[in-house]
Design a protein around this ligand. Structure first.
Ligand code: ATP
Ligand code: MG
Length: 425
C-alpha cells in the first residue's frame, strides 16, 4: 500500500497541533457562551435514516438533491451522514418527548457535518457546525435570544467586521402569496436568468433569490420583496424582533435578499456575514422553523435556531484577530545529566504534574545543550537541570527562561515553590 492510496479524502482534514488548540479554544468559548445563555449540549449520532433529512431539509434543496452522503448499510437501511444537525435534533426532541418538559427546550451542538460539495477555501466535505435550537416558543424574544447568542459569540471571538442581516419569510400563508407574486415576476425575466434559476423558479422560487450567479443577481434587483406581502401577525412579529434587538444593542440590517437555503424556515431568517473571507462570507445563519417539528411527525411546535460553520469561524477569527491565540507552552522543563539524575528528574516532573503544573523532561537522551534548546522549543517558562551536585545537595536551581533570574530550591519544596511563582505570574 502506498501513501497515495490512503491519503485523507478530498474535502476532509486532519486537525492537530496548533490548529487543534485553536479549535479547543473556540470550543471552550462556545461551551461557556451556551452556559451563559442556558443552552445544554446534545450529541446526536453521525448517521440517521435518509428519510429524516429528505423530510427535514426539504426535497428541493441542494443538500438533499446533490450533497448527501447516503448509502445502504449491511442491514439494508438507507442511511445518511448528517448534512446538518437541526433535523437530527428535532428527531431527538420528539423521540425523548422533550416537549413534555418545561418549555422552552434549549439545545446546542458542535458536530461533524457531511456534504458532497466542491472543496475550496471554507468549503469542505466533512466540516463542523456549531448550532443552537430553541423549541416551544413562538415569541420574537426567542428569535432575539438566538440571534444574541450568535452576536455574543462573534464578540467573544473578537470578530468585528461582520454584519447581521435579518429578514422575514412570513408564515405559510404569506409564503404562498409571495411565491405566486415572485413566480410571475421571475417568468417576466426568464430569458435572462441562468439555467439553474429557470429550473428552480417554479419548484422553489425563493431559492432563485439566493443564486450565486452575479448576472442573475443583477437582474433581480427590483424583485418584489417578501416583506411587502407579510400578513399582520408576521409583520408584528418581525417588528417586535427589531425592537428587541435594538433594546439589546444588537445592530442589524433588514435585508430582503436573505432567504436561506433550507426549506424549513418560516418568519425570521438571518445571517451574520463577514467581508473578510471572500465569497463564503456567511459565518452563521439561521431562523425560525415553526413547521419542521410537525413535518418530522410531532405536534405543531414553534422553534428557532442557527448553524455556524466552525471552519469559517476559525478563518474569520484568524483574519481579524491573530493575537487571540498564544502558542503551546509548559510551566517547567527539568533536564538531567546521568542515570541517577534521570530518576530524580522524572520523579519531580511527575510530582509537579500531579499538582496541576505542566512539566516536561527529556525522552531522547539529549546533551545538556540540546535539552536547553528543547526547553526553548516547547516554550518552557522555567527550566532546571539536575546533575551530580544537585543530587548531593538535594536541591536545584530553577531559572526563569525569559528574565534569566534564578533561585535555588530544595527538591522537597519544588512543587510548592513553583505553585507560588506561577500564581504570581
Ligand atoms: P453556502 O451558501 O455557503 O453553501 P449553506 O446555506 O449551505 O451555505 P447552511 O446549510 O446554512 O449553509 O450551513 C450553516 C453554515 O455552515 C454556513 O453558514 C457555513 O458557515 C457552514 N458551511 C456550510 N457548508 C459548508 C462546507 N461545505 N464547508 C464548511 N462550512 C460549511
Ligand atoms: Mg451550501
Amino acid at each position: 500500500m502506498t501513501m497515495e492510496e490512503i491519503r485523507a479524502l478530498k474535502g476532509t482534514k486532519d486537525i492537530f497541533g496548533d490548529e487543534m488548540r485553536k479549535w479547543l479554544d473556540i470550543e471552550d468559548i462556545i461551551r461557556n457562551l451556551c452556559d451563559d445563555f442556558g443552552f445544554g449540549q446534545i450529541r446526536t449520532p453521525i448517521f440517521e435514516f435518509t428519510k429524516l433529512f429528505k423530510r427535514g431539509v426539504g426535497e428541493t434543496t441542494d443538500i438533499v438533491n446533490k450533497e448527501m452522503y447516503s448509502f445502504i448499510d449491511k442491514g439494508e437501511n438507507d442511511i445518511t451522514l448528517k448534512p446538518e444537525s437541526t433535523a437530527a435534533v428535532v428527531r431527538a426532541y420528539l423521540e425523548h418527548a422533550m416537549y413534555a418538559d418545561t418549555q422552552p427546550t434549549k439545545l446546542y451542538y458542535i458536530s461533524p457535518t457531511f456534504r458532497y460539495e466542491k472543496p475550496q477555501t471554507g468549503r469542505q466535505r466533512q466540516f463542523h457546525q456549531f448550532g443552537i435550537e430553541m423549541f416551544g416558543s413562538d415569541s420574537p424574544s426567542a428569535d432575539a435570544e438566538v440571534i444574541a447568542v450568535g452576536h455574543t459569540l462573534l464578540k467573544r471571538l473578537g470578530i468585528k467586521k461582520v454584519e447581521l442581516h435579518i429578514n422575514s419569510l412570513g408564515g405559510p400563508e404569506c409564503r404562498k402569496r409571495y411565491n405566486e407574486t415572485l413566480k410571475a415576476y421571475l417568468h417576466s425575466k426568464e430569458e435572462r436568468l441562468c439555467d439553474l434559476c429557470k429550473e428552480r423558479m417554479d419548484k422553489n422560487p425563493l431559492r432563485v433569490l439566493d443564486c450565486k450567479n452575479e448576472k442573475c443577481q443583477g437582474e433581480l434587483t427590483d424583485a418584489p420583496t417578501v416583506l411587502d406581502t407579510l400578513g399582520e401577525e408576521c409583520k408584528a412579529h418581525f417588528k417586535k424582533l427589531q425592537e428587541l434587538l435594538t433594546a439589546m444593542n444588537i445592530s442589524f440590517i433588514v435585508d430582503p435578499s436573505i432567504v436561506r437555503g433550507l426549506d424549513y424556515y418560516t418568519k425570521t431568517v438571518f445571517e451574520f456575514i463577514s467581508n473578510d473571507i471572500g465569497a463564503q462570507g456567511t459565518v452563521c445563519g439561521g431562523g425560525r422553523y415553526d413547521k419542521l417539528v410537525e413535518e418530522i411527525g410531532g405536534k405543531p411546535t414553534p422553534a428557532v435556531g442557527f448553524g455556524a460553520g466552525m471552519e469559517r469561524l476559525l478563518l474569520v477569527r484568524e483574519a481579524e484577530n491573530k493575537d487571540a491565540f498564544s502558542e503551546a507552552s509548559r510551566d517547567i522543563f527539568i533536564g538531567y545529566r546521568g542515570d541517577e539524575a534521570m530518576l530524580e528528574a522524572f520523579k519531580l516532573v511527575n510530582d509537579l504534574r500531579q499538582s496541576g503544573i505542566s512539566a516536561e523532561s527529556d525522552h531522547l537522551q539529549r546533551s545538556i545543550k540540546a535539552q536547553m534548546k528543547y526547553a526553548n522549543k516547547i516554550n518552557a517558562k522555567f527550566s532546571a537541570i539536575i546533575g551530580e551536585s544537585e543530587l548531593q545537595e538535594q536541591s536545584v536551581q530553577i531559572k526563569n527562561m525569559e528574565t534569566g533570574e534564578a533561585v535555588t530550591v530544595p527538591f522537597m519544596q519544588l512543587v510548592d515553590v513553583m505553585k507560588n511563582i506561577l500564581a504570581k505570574l
